[in-house]
Design a protein around this ligand. Structure first.
Ligand SMILES: Nc1ncnc2c1ncn2[C@@H]1O[C@H](COP(=O)(O)OP(=O)(O)OP(=O)(O)O)[C@@H](O)[C@H]1O
Ligand SMILES: [Mg+2]
Length: 214
């Protein structure tokens, strides 16, 4: 789905060759500052490489309109973006960006309950905890129904049990709906338990990549 060749970005990222396959879960791991977020941002053109190419579905991302790409390849940033208003407003923001119709309340309630958020759509977002806001931001991305999810440490603000619930749901949801899931995680345990492939970045270089043995 993504093919990266001879990529360089400043003195931060150098990746000679990396392929990310369609329809599976790939985890990206590596130390803090190794370049994981930078790599994700390249995949939906939030930043562009200084050298090299990135193909998405065989087409150079350079030749894909940025907005079009960002509707198909949606990133959940490491610090989720929250808008003033209630939960409903926050959930609908992504769909409106994608110029898609609003989702019915029933669908929004279904997703937030899958994420174990026991809240009303009318609740003000400012009252939610950090981990709850993170799950709202994830629900927003799921509603957008993109081809690819780019999730930057989606569970960093969660306790172990809630993290497990969230990742379980995400991986199942992606599998059932034939999505491509690419997630950055600090947790080797999450990476090995939930992903089909793991890519490890060290000092901006891909040092390991491969399938996880079942
Ligand atoms: N726009 C930029 N200009 C200069 N340096 C940058 C820029 N963006 C990131 N960096 C640097 O590039 C390196 C990689 O950053 P990146 O955010 O990709 O790391 P990361 O692997 O996601 O780390 P973490 O696990 O802490 O989130 C860091 O040293 C960071 O300071
Ligand atoms: Mg990061």
């Amino acid at each position: 789905m993504f093919e990266i060749r001879n990529l360089r970005y400043k003195d931060i990222l150098y990746i000679e060759k990396m392929n990310i396959r369609k329809g599976i879960t790939t985890s990206i791991t590596g130390r803090s500052g190794s370049g994981k977020t930078t790599l994700l941002k390249m995949l939906n053109k939030m930043i562009s490489p200084d050298e090299g190419t990135i193909l998405y579905e065989k087409k150079s991302v350079k030749n894909i309109d940025s907005l079009d790409l960002r509707r198909r390849v949606v990133m959940l940033p490491q610090s989720p973006v929250i808008f003033p208003g209630d939960i409903r407003d926050n959930l609908l923001k992504g769909l409106r960006f994608s110029e898609k119709p609003d989702a019915p309340d029933s669908r929004m309630n279904e997703i937030i309950s899958e994420l174990h958020l026991n809240k009303s759509l009318d609740d003000d977002i400012s009252q939610l905890s950090g981990g709850e806001k993170q799950r709202i931001a994830l629900a927003r991305v799921i509603l957008m129904d993109p081809e690819v999810y780019l999730l930057d440490e989606p569970s960093s603000a969660l306790d172990e049990e809630t993290e497990k619930t969230m990742i379980d749901f995400l991986v199942k949801h992606s599998r059932i709906n034939k999505k491509t899931l690419i997630m950055v995680t600090h947790s080797k345990k999450i990476a090995s338990e939930y992903s089909d492939e793991i890519a490890e970045i060290e000092n901006g270089r891909l040092v390991k990549s491969g399938r996880v043995d079942a």
